[in-house]
Design a protein around this ligand. Structure first.
Ligand SMILES: [Zn+2]
Length: 218
């Protein structure tokens, strides 16, 4: 999981989303809201196609899922699940790109603490403040804070809800990338005439399909 920067949408897309949200809220107040039908019908419209394109632009050419970074991101996921929070169904900051697996696993599981999500939103915060990588297993694990001797609660919930410690293909991908990076750094350390520029290029060119590490060097 890595941080994604959310671009601004075109004003006409923002307005269209606002209109859809207003209609949703009105129907909800009238007890006439059919959430799945409303969403499925909206998905076929131009504004939602623009949203999908914007989300895909955030993740790069491989169009990886924002949660697991592994599988192909094909779906628009509602960070605050639309089944419980339809009042956020068309809110741009609530829309993320996910793979079918993450969408299914996450479902309506959405732990809160004092009204704040106990799940990492990779479009709003740096996942590495809450998560860590365990090279021994290839799993993402909650970050451990030695000062409090506790595992980060948001990290813990994120791992649990998205089952990040039970995804074999994901762990294998993370381990592979970790090995590649470790080899590169070890070779650079042993180099008698090291070239920082060459190392930077090599790190940049390492296929980080699974993005186990923070974003590429600037
Ligand atoms: Zn995923």
């Amino acid at each position: 999981m890595r941080r994604f920067l959310r671009p601004d949408l075109a004003p006409k897309v923002i307005s269209a989303l606002a209109r859809k949200q207003k209609r949703t809220n009105t129907n909800r107040a009238a007890g006439a809201l059919k959430i799945d039908a409303a969403w499925n019908s909206a998905r076929k419209t131009k504004p939602l196609k623009a949203v999908l394109a914007a989300l895909k632009s955030m993740v790069g050419q491989r169009e990886r899922c924002m949660y697991c970074g592994d599988s192909h991101g094909t779906d628009i996921d509602h960070f605050w699940p639309k089944a419980i929070y339809p009042q956020r169904m068309f809110c741009w900051p609530n829309l993320l790109l996910s793979c079918a697996d993450c969408g299914r696993i996450k479902g309506t599981d959405f732990p809160l603490q004092n009204g704040e999500p106990l799940l990492v939103d990779p479009t709003a915060e740096d996942p590495w403040l809450f998560l860590d990588f365990d090279p021994a297993t290839g799993n993402l694990v909650p970050r451990f804070d030695p000062a409090t001797a506790r595992w980060d609660e948001k990290g813990e919930n994120t791992v649990q809800v998205l089952e990040l410690d039970r995804r074999e293909a994901l762990a294998a991908g993370y381990q592979k990338t970790h090995r590649r990076l470790t080899d590169l750094v070890e070779a650079a350390v042993q180099d008698t005439s090291p070239s920082p520029a060459a190392l930077k290029t090599a790190l940049r060119n390492t296929p980080c399909a699974h993005s186990p590490l923070p974003p590429p060097l600037p």
